[in-house]
Design a protein around this ligand. Structure first.
Ligand SMILES: NC(=O)c1ccc[n+]([C@@H]2O[C@H](COP(=O)([O-])OP(=O)(O)OC[C@H]3O[C@@H](n4cnc5c(N)ncnc54)[C@H](O)[C@@H]3O)[C@@H](O)[C@H]2O)c1
Length: 285
């Protein structure tokens, strides 16, 4: 296998990018983060500081300051030049991501570097083929919150080299302490392809008047030992995100079980997006 991936780049310091930067720095790796501009970089730094301060107060890390010292936040993509692995975690927009991968291909100097995406729904192949090195492009799909959830889905495209997958596995498992599962380059990978139709079925059940939201959720919590019911989970994921993932699954497979039910669409139209807007299937705060 090639060199270990110790110089880490993360593009985007939102919810996921900050989490990926945090777990990498907590693992002792040198991390460079690139954000879209000065304001977003400041917001990213605050996000990292807040999360690391919480980890320190809970005794999970010795010193937030020591971890932060390993993270450089920049606004120019040239800062990625010396990275061995770059994990892209910008907005879920195909045009934005293909533009970024084209640019990364020019900027990242090491011809053996791994160029990874944390995308939830965009085919890895579409990102690979815009670069001159599709054999080094792979999906490394983390779960939110990244410092807490141990799963990573590894998603090679048809053109990804086996060595890229193995180096990525060594990075996430050996360095970051995560556990990887292998998935094909298909919408939803493994987890969302199973989870989203489950959530959609619960919404259809509610919509048809079959049972109340509370009883559907209590049923799965008490009868199947789920930590939360599917409607509470949809509120946590965000109903807009749930609908967007359903649409990408439906687009890929054309299976009715992936089609967003009208109730979900109307709630998104109404701005009832779940926890983040204070109301979804339940009311918060
Ligand atoms: N939110 C989740 O639960 C989750 C889970 C797994 C994967 N993902 C995927 O992770 C990616 C990021 O999602 P998120 O929830 O962190 O989004 P987010 O909106 O919180 O963060 C995206 C960040 O990217 C920055 N950005 C946008 N364009 C950029 C560019 N060209 N260069 C540098 N920075 C740029 C934005 O300023 C923003 O801070 C998406 O592809 C999403 O599908 C999200």
């Amino acid at each position: 296998m090639g060199e270990a991936l110790d110089r880490v780049g993360v593009v985007g310091c939102g919810l996921m990018g900050a989490g990926i930067a945090e777990v990498s720095a907590r693992a002792g790796l040198d991390v460079v983060v690139v954000e879209a501009g000065a304001g977003a970089a400041d917001a990213g730094r605050r996000r990292l500081e807040g999360s690391l301060a919480r980890a320190e107060s809970k005794g999970k890390i010795e010193s937030a300051a020591a971890v932060l010292e390993r993270i450089t936040i920049a606004t120019d993509l040239d800062a990625m030049a010396d990275r061995q692995v770059v994990v892209e975690a910008i907005v879920e927009d195909e045009a934005a991501k293909t533009e970024l991968f084209r640019a990364l291909d020019k900027v990242v100097a090491d011809p053996g570097a791994v160029l990874a995406s944390n995308t939830s729904s965009i085919p890895i192949m579409k990102l690979g083929v815009v670069t001159g090195r599709p054999q080094q492009v792979i999906g490394i799909h983390f779960f939110n919150p990244v410092p807490v959830l141990s799963l990573v889905e590894l998603v090679p495209s048809l053109l990804t080299a086996a060595e890229t997958t193995e180096r990525s596995r060594a990075f996430v498992e050996g360095r970051l302490g995560k556990q990887a599962i292998d998935c094909q380059d298909r919408a939803g990978f493994v987890v969302n392809a199973l989870l989203i139709p489950f959530v959609l079925s619960a919404i259809r059940m509610l919509e048809s008047g079959f049972a109340t939201a509370e009883d559907i959720d209590r049923g799965l919590v008490l009868g199947a030992a789920h930590p939360q019911g599917p409607l509470a989970l949809a509120d946590l994921i965000g109903l807009d995100t749930t609908k967007a993932v359903a649409e990408s699954l439906y687009e890929e497979f054309k299976e009715p079980l992936y089609a967003a039910p009208p109730l979900l669409a109307r709630m998104v139209d109404a701005g009832l997006l779940g926890r983040k807007t204070g109301r979804g299937f339940y009311t918060y705060g």
